[in-house]
Design a binder for this molecule. Structure first.
Ligand SMILES: C[S@@+](CC[C@H](N)C(=O)[O-])C[C@H]1O[C@@H](n2cnc3c(N)ncnc32)[C@H](O)[C@@H]1O
Length: 336
């Protein structure tokens, strides 16, 4: 009875779309899928999704997936041990990330009789309303993992720590509208002929070149060979990825790239500075893309850390910094 008919995606699924997890490269399993509206909607969008529910879809297969959604399930379970069991099972199925969502306490809670640690509503359904910190603590205690709140009552737990780092990094990436570079005015004839050859070549490889340019702008640095999507086509057309990059550099100029690089340095500094405030355990290693970012923008980890520390002193007071250092010491050292 708690499973409502949905006329749109649930908040956790919307959050996944917002953060770019629904790009078709991840399989999703909806644990406690209710009437299955999220699964149906995702499948209609060409994504790989399936679900199971003890009441609505008990015969469906329970399977592991890159992303597991445990949406508004914990808060309808009366029994504490059953809550723990549902959470642990969903976590065991999550290969890369688990998304947990619960109803939060607010003034519009339906009235009902207190029952165990929740309420029995007038419709005869059980609801346990959590506070944001209450659900975070519950997840931490049961799974011994650090959940990341992404929206009210919606938290992510990453098994894939590289994905977690990338996610945290991208969260602080400023959002930019990407505009096409205005075309330049045509000048004298000989130059135009030369430019036409460049234009012809560009036309032939337009799609991979556009991808490469967009990626260069997004990273703020030259993408590494391993990061280039259309490596084969570009190598065929230009000899190598660096040569394709040089072609773009000559054609488009460096001004836009320089602006992108400086935005990216800002984003990275904010990311590293904010990391000092988190209680997160230090990562065993840095995600490869981040390693390249550090090398390209700061030279090495020490310089990145120094740069982030400088930023910290401009945004936080001494007491906050002291507390952050204490947290860092408790969890065994700072992020970098
Ligand atoms: C409020 S509905 C949410 C359904 C769906 N996830 C959504 O967001 O629309 C809660 C669902 O949890 C399911 N449920 C109850 N106990 C469960 C358990 N122990 N394990 C998994 N699902 C459970 C119920 O059958 C119900 O469909």
């Amino acid at each position: 009875m708690t499973a409502l008919v949905r006329y749109g995606f649930s908040a956790p699924v919307q959050s996944l779309a917002r953060y770019g997890f629904l790009d078709g490269s991840h399989r999703l399993f909806d644990y406690g899928c209710g009437r299955g509206d999220d699964v149906r909607g995702l499948t209609e969008n060409g994504l790989s999704a399936s679900g199971w529910d003890p009441y609505f879809a008990p015969d469906n297969t329970i399977s592991s997936a890159d992303i597991v959604n445990l949406g508004f399930v914990i808060n309808v379970i009366e029994d504490f041990d059953e809550r723990v069991e549902a959470l642990t099972r969903a976590w065991s199925l999550a290969e890369r990330v688990l998304v947990v969502s619960v109803m939060l306490e607010n003034q519009n809670d339906p009235r009902g009789q207190r029952f165990r640690d929740g309420v029995m509503t007038l419709r005869g359904t059980f609801q346990k309303y959590f506070t944001q910190s209450g659900i975070k603590t519950f997840l931490e205690q049961v799974l011994d993992e650090e959940p990341i709140p992404v929206a009210p009552g919606v938290l992510y737990l990453f098994r894939d720590k590289d994905m977690e780092q990338r996610f945290l990094m991208d969260r602080y990436r400023s959002k930019h509208n990407r505009l096409r570079t205005p075309s330049t005015q045509q000048q004298e004839r000989p130059k135009r002929q030369r430019r036409d050859r460049v234009a012809e070549r560009y036309e032939t490889y337009r799609e991979p070149l556009e991808h490469l340019w967009a990626q260069w702008l997004a990273l703020g640095r030259k993408p590494d060979k391993s990061e280039v999507e259309d490596l084969l086509t570009l190598t065929e057309g230009f000899g190598s990825a660096p040569k394709a990059l040089r072609f773009l550099e000559r054609r488009n100029g460096l001004a836009e790239i320089e602006r992108a690089a400086s935005r990216r340095v800002d984003d990275l500094e904010v990311y590293f500075a904010l990391n000092q405030f988190e209680r997160r355990r230090p990562y065993k290693h840095l995600e490869r893309g981040l390693q390249r970012d550090i090398k390209s923008f700061f030279g090495d980890c020490r310089s990145a850390q120094a740069s982030a520390r400088e930023l910290l002193f401009t945004i936080a007071d001494t007491q906050t910094i002291e507390q952050a250092c204490q947290h860092a010491a408790e969890r065994g050292g700072p992020f970098l």
